[in-house]
Design a protein around this ligand. Structure first.
Ligand code: NAD
Length: 418
């Protein structure tokens, strides 16, 4: 498995070589703080179990450290360091006054009960609370974490510090100070960019086939938005199942989202009470979804999905990264050589952190914005960032990822000019 932090540094090298600025970018190669803890939790059967936990605070030159907390059995320190670094680049790509950070716990959430999950979430805050806060470091949800977990974490934090500080964490439930529109924000941001991009290419959604890898917060919401806009979703996959539409008519993403919500899986022929097998589909091994022919491939699962081993089999014409780091640098190079456009993570999935910033703003100003206001404020931020990145790409004749990095590194707060 290729090392995500090394991959991230290779991406930085490409940008810094063009900017001729290696010396000044040195400080981006090392996170400001790496926090580690062993979280001990009393399990339901009375035994105790220890879980490794990380918080990496990469950079706060532009504002408080900002980034989600991931619960996954394969979390490593290098993964969290890469994700924290990408957050620094991402917040600067969209130009919001936040820095980069990320957290992770090595746990398979499917193997713990709700009560154990709550204890683990609270233990995370007990370990790191002195380093967190609305003006210091502001976590959020990521893979396998959600608004319930953010609510537990806020509650634990406020108990420990003895006063309210709702802006200390984002992605909370609405009742606890969350923002309307945060749940769909990552997909919304990617959708705005994709919509803008295909307009410039004169592509009609009705004639455009889409495959989506990952059917959680980012992937499922993107599927629904694209379906509603008329795109043909011909394949989707989660970690267990991939389904493909053999006739290329396009699935009804709203129905698929409901199946996933009701049954926790995409296999529409398990639990067929609702006659869901009427949906014409074939099954595939999940990783095979990437290699199916389509116009647009949306990556919305995890890092290292397109690598030197499978890149030659990729048939999509456009790839949009809602996941962080799903394409390795070697595969990136080959895709660029083949003229496949990659809309990179630090731009394409920045809607999530942007609406997290909106949530933080609403908490600090004691305001409540409507879902429509949130979307209305998000769109110009995404489109402006996309325009900056495409202009940079044209100026240097480089792929969008390196252009996004250069655009981020041109933010004066991140890399001050002499
Ligand atoms: P999630 O936990 O809600 O969903 C993850 C999905 O990926 C699940 O459907 C899971 O089954 C699937 N998956 C995992 N491994 C897979 C595999 N090998 N093949 C196919 N599917 C697989 O997580 P999420 O919040 O949707 O995050 C997905 C990605 O998007 C992550 O890289 C995350 O860092 C990134 N991201 C999320 C947000 C956000 O706001 N949620 C913001 C920015 C970036």
């Amino acid at each position: 498995m290729s090392n995500p932090f090394e991959n991230a540094m290779k991406q930085l090298d490409l940008a810094s070589n063009i900017m001729n600025n290696n010396e000044k970018l040195k400080n981006l190669r090392t996170p400001k703080n790496i926090l580690e803890a062993d979280l001990t939790v009393t399990m339901d059967d009375g035994s105790t179990k220890t879980f490794k936990a990380y918080r990496v605070q990469h950079n706060n030159s532009c504002g408080p450290f900002k980034g989600g907390i991931r619960f996954h059995q394969n979390v490593t320190l290098d993964e969290v360091k890469a994700l924290a670094f990408w957050m620094t680049i991402k917040t600067s790509t969209v130009g919001i006054p936040m820095g980069g950070g990320k957290g992770g716990v090595v746990v398979d959430p499917k193997t713990v009960s709700q009560a154990e999950l709550e204890k683990l979430s609270r233990a995370y805050i007990q370990a790191f609370y002195q380093h967190l806060g609305s003006q210091l470091d502001v976590p959020a949800p990521d893979v396998n974490t959600n608004s319930q977990i953010m609510d537990w974490m806020l509650d634990e934090y406020e108990k420990l510090i003895g006063h309210a500080d709702p802006g200390m964490i984002t992605g909370k439930s609405i009742a606890k100070g969350g923002s309307l529109g945060r749940d769909t924000a990552t997909a919304d941001g990617g959708f705005f960019i994709l919509e803008d991009f295909i307009k410039t290419k004169n592509i009609s959604p009705k004639e455009t086939t889409v495959i989506i890898q990952g059917f959680g917060n980012a992937g499922a919401n993107m599927a629904v938005l694209l379906h509603q806009a008329g795109f043909k979703i011909i394949g989707v996959a989660d970690s267990k199942t991939a389904i493909i539409d053999p006739d290329h008519q396009g699935f009804d993403a709203v129905v698929i989202q409901k199946i996933k919500k009701d049954h926790g899986r995409l296999d529409v022929c398990v639990n067929d009470e609702a006659g869901q097998c009427d949906i014409n589909h074939h099954h595939l091994e999940p990783h095979m979804i990437l290699e199916q022919p389509c116009d647009i491939l949306i990556l919305a699962a995890l890092e290292n999905q397109i690598t030197k081993d499978n890149v030659k089999n990729i048939k999509a014409k456009i790839i949009l990264e809602l996941a962080n780091g799903p394409i390795t640098p070697e595969a990136d190079r080959e895709l660029a050589d083949r003229g496949i456009v990659v809309i990179p993570d630090v731009l394409a999935n920045a809607g999530g952190v942007t609406v997290s910033y909106f949530e933080w703003l609403q908490n600090t100003k004691n305001e409540k914005w409507s879902a429509a206001q949130v979307r209305e404020k998000l769109k110009p931020i995404m489109i402006d960032a996309f325009n900056r990145v495409t202009q940079t790409a044209k100026q240097y004749n480089i792929p969008l990822r390196t252009a996004a990095f250069i655009s981020a590194l041109q933010q004066v707060c991140l890399v001050p000019k002499e």
